[in-house]
Design a binder for this molecule. Structure first.
Ligand SMILES: Cc1cc2nc3c(=O)[nH]c(=O)nc-3n(C[C@H](O)[C@H](O)[C@H](O)COP(=O)(O)OP(=O)(O)OC[C@H]3O[C@@H](n4cnc5c(N)ncnc54)[C@H](O)[C@@H]3O)c2cc1C
Length: 386
């Protein structure tokens, strides 16, 4: 990255995967970075999520296209040594339980092929040969062989270590410091920090800082962790992703509260099973009603789970928008401010790529990807009250 002007001092609000990746690329370029977190790195959605670096489920268009690029970047970061051992390629298995769902996964297969993504349609027998123990109601599948997996908090700690960045923990930004239509820094309890550019990557908490509270929608997700089914690695090659999950991702209509099943066989031999989509909820509690609904559906799809014990449940909050797309770009009216938030349920996949793009924006360069569909200008932003 060769910036057009002298390298800026950039304050980044939020040390989740997006803020950290931005800090990583800016540090690599030689910029001065101050990375702040109200709590600790990965204490937001990044530390409370599944790790699908997945193209299989993405909505056709911008998200599918960007996810392919983002997944390639993971492979590159492995080659570079930064994420060696922290990302691996594995298939995703979309599965269908009704004729309508069979049609849906085949439609997704055509859309993926249109993007150049290899896929294989599987009969029930073929799917069963790759994922033994499937329930009777599973009719067919679609295999997407080149997907991947990474654990969000591992990615964050690797990026911090590789660039030698020490985030300032427990430093909440209370508001942006604005002077003459320009953001000149941030206000914290410990005082003002001046900067040439400010990047807000504070996940769902970006709303109040940016005057985006009416646009951003929290969506809670509950997840379940089991004990080990296998001692020698994952119980089957890759996650089982329901057509219902796919339908929710393809939809542009904000969902109701629902369970959209994914059974993820982890490299530890455990399963991570999720998740709920609970619009409007910001608490991180799990509850017996939702956990049992997820487990009931999981047992229907993969009865072999009955042998496992549940060892933990947890919940995270996705930051979403009414149109289901992230918000990435320069603020339309306030100079010096860059927004990188609302990663939906896709921020582990997209995070490193978004960080690279935002680092370029902070250095007055244009991203190498076309992010115009994600621009904040698509919303009429409320003024930021400072
Ligand atoms: C249940 C669940 C499952 C998911 N599964 C997947 C998946 O399989 N694949 C995938 O790609 N994505 C998945 N996601 C989505 C993914 O976790 C998020 O999109 C991603 O982590 C968002 O990263 P972020 O850096 O934007 O925000 P966050 O990780 O939320 O980070 C924001 C940070 O900002 C800090 N902060 C907030 N306010 C302030 C302030 N005022 N001052 C300073 N710091 C502040 C917070 O403490 C936090 O550390 C899932 C999410 C959930 C909840």
């Amino acid at each position: 990255m060769t910036p057009s002007t002298a390298l800026p001092h950039v304050v980044i609000v939020g040390a989740g995967i997006v803020g950290t990746a931005t800090a990583y690329y800016l540090t690599l370029a030689g910029a001065r970075v101050t990375l702040l977190d109200a709590r600790t790195p990965s204490s937001g959605a990044t530390g409370a999520s599944d790790g699908a670096v997945s193209v299989a489920s993405k909505r056709p268009g911008t998200m599918m296209h960007l996810a392919r690029e983002a997944r390639d970047l993971y492979a590159q970061l492995v080659t570079d040594g930064v994420l060696a051992g922290a990302f691996h390629t594995r298939p995703t298995y979309l599965f269908a339980r009704t004729p309508e769902e069979v049609t849906l996964i085949h439609t997704q297969g055509r859309d993926l092929s249109g993007e150049g993504e290899p896929t294989t349609a599987l009969t029930r027998a073929e799917l069963l040969s790759q994922v033994p123990g499937l329930g009777d109601r599973v009719l067919a599948g679609l295999k997407v062989p080149q997907d991947g997996h990474a654990i969000g908090y591992q990615v964050v700690s690797r990026l911090l270590a590789a660039a030698g960045i020490t985030p300032q923990r427990h430093t909440a930004v209370r508001r942006l410091a604005v002077s003459q239509g320009r953001v000149i820094g941030v206000e914290t309890d410990a005082g003002r920090i001046l900067a040439d550019r400010v990047v807000v990557a504070a996940g769902i908490d970006s709303g109040p800082l940016l005057g985006l509270s009416d646009i951003m929608i929290p969506r809670k997700g509950q997840l379940i962790v089991t004990d080990r089914a296998a001692m020698g690695g994952a119980a089957f090659p890759g996650p089982l992703m329901s057509a219902g999950y796919l339908a929710a991702k393809r939809s542009t209509v904000p969902g109701q509260r629902s369970v959209n099943l994914v059974i993820d066989p982890l490299a530890t031999g455990q399963f991570l099973i999720g998740s709920s989509r609970e619009e409007g909820l910001t608490d991180r509690q799990t509850d017996a009603v939702t956990v049992s609904a997820i487990l009931r559906e999981a047992l229907d799809v993969y009865p072999a789970l009955a042998r496992q014990r549940v060892v933990r449940t947890f919940a995270g909050i996705r930051a979403t928008t009414s149109d289901g797309l992230p918000i990435i770009g320069r603020h339309p009216t306030l100079e010096g401010l860059i927004i990188a938030t609302a990663m939906q349920g896709d921020g582990i996949c997209l995070g490193p790529m978004v960080g690279g793009a935002v680092a370029r924006l902070a250095c007055d360069l244009e991203p190498t990807q076309d992010l115009s569909a994600l621009s904040p200008t698509r919303f009429s932003l409320a003024s930021i009250d400072n």
